[in-house]
Write a protein that binds this ligand. Structure first.
Ligand SMILES: Cc1cc2nc3c(=O)[nH]c(=O)nc-3n(C[C@H](O)[C@H](O)[C@H](O)COP(=O)(O)O)c2cc1C
Length: 323
């Protein structure tokens, strides 16, 4: 399939694996890229720019296909060494960067000068237009159903994608809630030129996470995610568990007075415990409503080939039958 997204990133299929904390290691990115999508290493999961440089080199050993790096600008207690991470990306010869969380304008000149294509993740049309205006090459339009941070507007992709299509000139992908070929075709119909998937890629053979995480995704239904940290205007969609229910109880109890320190036990430093150790009740971890559509653990190639075959069958056989 050829779209402006496959052309922009030099990939075979219009499927991107979004940056995921403690999931987006070289193994994950390489598996997606080897399957013809765009795999993405999560920059900030690497503790230092030097570690990121090593991870990029490891990924290059595992694939000769294009892959990218995610740079997340989120409100944090300490500011990471962003100039160092950007330098590691440029020196590592990476040609695609997914930015998220905040306006990436400060880093665009250096990235663009190095010939890097930038796709910025946005949860609103106004942010997407800003990304276009500052020179981003593409946008990942992340709907309310997404795993991770859906923003504060709560607009689902059924509305957000066609709204983006009304306004944007640069290409965009549908992010949030995607797991199969039907949705890829729907995304194309709504004006997107591909899809970005997070949660779906965690339940793959190559995802370098504990088996408990994959089994939790298989067990969960579309009713099992919760929104947390809304009172802090840092809303995150997570899979429910006892820690998440505790967190929600604190939010109810403390109301508008809640501070980050009140919930630190449920959210800070939990990713390694969950993703590496498989301690599924350690805290809140990002997960999309799309868990309801995930029923197997294929390889990335089986997943992507299956999605493309399903999409092609719908486009060639089902849709023409309606005309
Ligand atoms: C476990 C997990 C961790 C994530 N970590 C990040 C991150 O560090 N930076 C980021 O930009 N997005 C992150 N995301 C969001 C994904 O890149 C992607 O936008 C989102 O998962 C899409 O929604 P979906 O899960 O419904 O496919 C994360 C998502 C998950 C599920």
């Amino acid at each position: 399939m050829k779209t402006r997204i496959t052309e922009l990133f030099g990939i075979e299929h219009p499927i991107i694996q979004g940056g995921m904390h403690f999931v987006g290691f070289a193994e994950m990115a390489a598996a997606v890229s080897n399957a013809g999508g765009l795999g993405i290493i999560t920059g900030l999961t690497q503790r230092t720019p030097e570690d990121l440089a090593k991870e990029i080199a490891r990924c290059r050993d595992m694939t000769d296909k294009p892959f990218g790096v995610n740079l997340t600008f989120l409100p944090g207690l300490a500011t990471p060494d962003y100039p160092g991470y950007v330098k590691a990306i440029i020196d590592g010869g990476v040609k695609a960067v997914e930015t998220a969380g905040n306006n990436p304008v400060k880093w665009l000149p250096a990235l663009k000068e190095a010939g890097i294509k930038v796709i910025h993740k946005c949860t609103a049309v106004r942010h997407s237009l800003k990304a276009e205006a500052i020179g981003c090459d593409a946008v990942s339009v992340d709907g309310f159903e997404c795993g991770g941070h859906p923003g504060e507007d709560d607009v689902p992709n059924w509305i957000l994608l066609p709204r983006a299509a009304e306004e944007l000139k640069i290409p965009f992908v549908a992010s949030g809630g995607v797991a199969n070929g039907k949705q890829l075709v729907a995304a194309l119909a709504l004006g997107a030129e591909g899809v970005n998937m997070g949660t779906r890629f965690i339940a793959t053979k190559e995802a370098p996470v504990h088996e408990n995480v994959k089994q939790a995704i298989l067990r969960a239904t579309e009713l099992d995610t919760r929104l947390v940290m809304r009172p802090l205007r840092n809303t995150e969609r997570v899979l429910t568990n006892p820690a998440v229910e505790r967190l929600i109880a604190k939010e109810k109890e403390l109301g508008a007075n809640i501070k980050f320190e009140d919930i630190i036990a449920e959210v800070a430093g939990v990713y390694p415990k969950i993703m590496m150790d498989g301690d599924m009740d350690a805290g809140a971890w990002s997960c999309g409503m799309v868990v309801g559509l995930i029923h197997d653990i294929p390889t990335c190639k089986e997943l992507i080939d299956g999605m493309m075959a399903e999409a092609e069958a719908i486009i060639r056989k089902r849709l023409p039958g309606f005309l």
